[in-house]
Design a protein around this ligand. Sequence first.
Ligand SMILES: Cc1ncc(C[n+]2csc(CCOP(=O)(O)OP(=O)(O)O)c2C)c(N)n1
Ligand SMILES: [Mg+2]
Length: 1003
Amino acid sequence: MLMASDIPTMLRLHRAMFLAREVDRVEQQLVKQGLAHFHVSGAGHESTALVADYLGPADWLHLHYRDKALLLARGMPIVEFFRSSLASGPSHSAGRQMSAHLQVRELNVMSMVGPVGNNALPAVGAAQAVKQLPGLPVVLCCVGDGTTQQGEFLEAVAEAVRTAAPVVFLIEDNRYAISTKTPGQTVFDLPGGPASELFGIPIARVNGADLTATRNALGAAVARTREKRTPTIVVLDLERLGDHTNADDQNIYRSPEDIAAGRRHDPLEAIRQSLRGSQMGDAALAQLETALIAEVAAAAAEARAEAAPAGNGSAKAPYPAEFATRREYRGDRTAATLTMREAMNAVLRDHLAANQRVTLLGQDIEDPKGDVFGVTKGLSTRFPGRVRNAPLSESTIVGTAVGRALTGERPVAFLQFADFIPLAFNQIISELGSMYWRTDGAWQCPVILMISCGGYKPGLGPFHAQTLESILAHTPGIDVVMPSSAADAAGLLNAAFASPRPTVVLYPKSALNLAERRTSADTDAQFVAPGSSRTITQGNDLTLVTYGNPVAQSLLAADTLHQAGASVDLIDLRSISPWDEDTVLRSVRRTGRLLVVHEDSRTAGFGAEVMATVMERAGVPVAARRVTRDDTHVPFHFEAQLDALPSYRRILETAADMLGYDVEWDAPKAETGPVAIAAIGSGPADDEVEVVQIHVRPGDAVRVGDLIAVVEATKAAVDVQATVNGTVTRIAVTEKQKVPVGAPLVFVEAEAGALAERRAATAERIDTAKLTRRLAAPAVNTPRTIATMVGVSGIAGVTGGRKIFNADLKGNWQTRDAGDIVKLTGIESRRWVTPGETVLSLATDAARKLLDEQRLAISDIDLIIAATGTPDVITPSLACRVGDALTTSGRIRQPAYDINAACSGYLYALAQARDFVASNPRARVMVVTSEVLSPLLDQNDFNTAVLFADAATASLVTGAETDGAPLFSYARPTISGSPEAGEMLSVPRLGEGSSLGAQAPDP
Ligand SMILES: Cc1ncc(C[n+]2csc(CCOP(=O)(O)OP(=O)(O)O)c2C)c(N)n1
Ligand SMILES: [Mg+2]
């Protein structure tokens, strides 16, 4: 019983509880009427509303989906429930969120989401952010009993304890997670009985139907957290008075007694009892409740009249307008002094200095370590308290960053390796990626997530060398960038600080310390808009799209191709989501060839996305290949790792093949002579070291393990030891000199019999490639010629060896003579084959003649079509046999097939040749016709015997670009006509005609 004297409190409470219950009733009706489709009841959980009296406007709430009465008590208008239930346009999410997952921006009520327990880490992040603010704000985090079984909830409590975050965890214990009973199965109610504390926080327990006790317990918890700035936990004993949702029937898993017992713990009944026990009589209460019912009905009617949402909306906030107009600036190339690591450090430093709300959180980012790759070196010293070491828990890092961003901070969260993204992925996909969309833009979550990625360095291996950009790019709502140079890193990071979107910055480890990709010190002015690519080399023959680590290998391949006469448009995407579709499309429309290179695995990798987009949007056919990691993992053995990842060798070989080059490799000769003792780095990101001291002199005898030199690497001084017994012959460096990792420091002449250790490779061995152009480049689509001419650029013909005059014909046609033939047909003579000539020999002779005239080899032909109505053999096709006869080395390479269609065959063949060339404008098609009819003649059939003869032709069909001006160009032949069943024209099968061949007169 609440204190009977406190009537205003009781009325306020009754109002929230009664309205919530009535909202539930009307929402259920809407479902039963088919107007709404989902309902979650708050019945039985209304006593959480009691906490509202202890919270002020500066406090934050991350609630449970049953907290209807609390939402009302906090000040949310009734109509919001119905808007959400009916998914109307004006609803808080524009109809996107399921009905119970509400938020109210103006009331600091954070956005609930489907995965239970997701609110706990953001709640702690928010508490960390507001902890020092005036007015001592606190955060209330409500969860169900089942939800406390989630790992993220436990992580959140632990993080709240570690950081003394002012958060009240309110556990709404109705003893069920849907149908699963939780007593004895939670951290607050262990198998051995109720727990008194969790991670050192005492657990307060209270019966939610006892309103006075609940009010006191909640008031005490909030007061304690507010004053002590530490977390508290309250377990509120409640009943779920209905089904889990409208899609559930609790009668199938709860006994009638259990359900009936629950009804006796109804907090609404408790407050009504309290009111009745005060001066308010039954009639007055009934009157009050009638008015509340009318209020709910009016709110429902208002929502029902509202329009449906317009469209689904974007998952990403718009960029600031300046992104479209601001010019890219990548620093001053003549004063490039900062590596990618130093440039990112400088950008972070400048934003920390400029904006108090910028904070950095990540494992080992505080000094003296300053991040395992040194990215944050010096920053924690300069900005104490704002650059903090994170616990060893990736979801805590991202989840708390989400909460901080929601309160208005600009958190930068670090994950040490991209391989650990999966541990934070729930917060990335369900919170970071969906916040803007699910709140119709009311909340933004501009976390910058910085993650090292990729392989190509000795010392890396599985779980330390992936990039995983494909799963991030597949996640709606987040920008993903991957710079390959210091300028791009600085420019993109500056853009991320100006962007309202969450941005993942994946920085390739092997580019972090690269000397040749430095930028100038004016990093504050550097700017690269997300979604823009950089064309590194320009060319017309191949579009090579890549990003991150393999930019280096791709550039080498492009240079080699350039020397061989092929030019490459090398595009560094540098931004994966969004990505620069337009630049890639413009390029492939020019080159007709696309090669995508990435170190992420192949299937459903980002290369597939680039290719699919090109197919959808290019409007022209494009030859496309990928060089990626296979669908397997990155091994530790370094040479195996280089084999697994896209290498210079694989990129060059694939590009060369696409461009019609053969590649031969010249391997360097095996080393002999003195053994080199080489510089080593302190970790996988080191590219260069500085020689501090050389400990030997020429002539010194050294043994394996002796100290040879000390070098300074990014993270530590490194001792370099002898790897062989012998005598120092030469010192290759001087002290203070900077040398690449792997460069020789000292040479040692190994003593006789000493086994020099084979030095493992530290980088791909770049062999010399010799490129030779194949006789004919593979057909490629030059899209701009697609609608232009196809023509015949040469025709050659041959005939049978014998000339047959009309008088030579020996047919038994009583009434006709040779003169009649001329009168009827104009034919005086025709050519017939001589013995040994066949349909194949004529066809081959015609084809050879054509090639000679055109100065082509058969390998220059991309397709052979033979039209013949008189094949001597059906399979293999005449076309194949002609191709085979002309192929002098190896096997016939090009596709070849026959068309068997009497006189019209040539037209069918020309039509098909045209289609082929239209989609492969640089292709050459040879159309061969060959007919040998004389051996098949029925001499006594005047109609055919006088007409039939033996000859072959070969025509070269090309696109306008291929071989200069054609003899004639032609439109696609339109073929029509009447089929003929045999009355007019019939050719017998070989052996069935009465052959004249043997008895024909000599020519
Ligand atoms: C991560 C996740 N797993 C499963 C579900 C499906 N689900 C929705 S509510 C629920 C039960 C939650 O029980 P509890 O935390 O006790 O809250 P209650 O519904 O009892 O108030 C489950 C399993 C979910 N929404 N999220
Ligand atoms: Mg429950």
